[in-house]
Design a binder for this molecule. Structure first.
Ligand SMILES: Nc1nc2c([nH]c(=O)n2[C@H]2C[C@H](O)[C@@H](COP(=O)(O)OP(=O)(O)OP(=O)(O)O)O2)c(=O)[nH]1
Ligand SMILES: [Mg+2]
Length: 133
């Protein structure tokens, strides 16, 4: 099965809270919370894709980021490579341009949200990264 390359942003505010959005009910892994992002286009650099997706979905643009983790996961109906980056600084005020629910969540509260199965190692990596600041 072809693997879908996805640029994913763990977007932090000044208090190190994390921006979560909820996937549309009819989308793949619908209704679950996610870290914003989307598919890398043919020939596109992952950071370019991340910036483009965050502009499209949230009207923000990435100012400073660092790689966090790469996660491969096969859902059966779809295989993904999540290329996850911490977004330390961004410009603009995030708003759900696709009417997606949105919330800021402290790292220690990530366990209260339902994520797609592929996100488990991401959540662990976020908690570790923020604990070690
Ligand atoms: N953005 C994002 N996608 C995730 C996460 N976890 C996870 O399994 N995925 C999966 C769900 C999807 O199969 C794929 C991302 O695709 P997407 O639907 O966000 O892609 P996109 O924004 O380009 O949207 P579209 O072109 O399909 O409308 O990665 C996550 O935390 N964030
Ligand atoms: Mg998306």
């Amino acid at each position: 099965m072809d693997e879908v390359h996805v640029a994913v942003g763990v977007i932090l505010d000044t208090q190190q809270r994390i921006l979560l959005t909820r996937r549309a009910a009819d989308a793949h892994q619908g209704g679950l919370w996610e870290f914003p992002g989307g598919k890398v286009e043919q020939g596109e650099d992952v950071l370019t894709a991340l910036d483009r997706e965050l502009r499209e979905e949230l009207a923000i643009s990435v100012e400073r980021s660092s790689p966090l983790i790469e996660v491969r996961h096969d859902y059966g109906d779809k295989a993904v490579l999540l290329d996850v980056h911490l977004v330390w600084n961004f410009s603009g005020e995030p708003k759900g341009l696709e009417d997606q629910p949105m919330t800021w969540c402290a790292a220690e509260a990530l366990g209260d949200y339902e994520f797609p199965a592929a996100n488990l190692p991401i959540v662990e990596a976020v908690v570790t990264a923020l604990r070690n600041l």
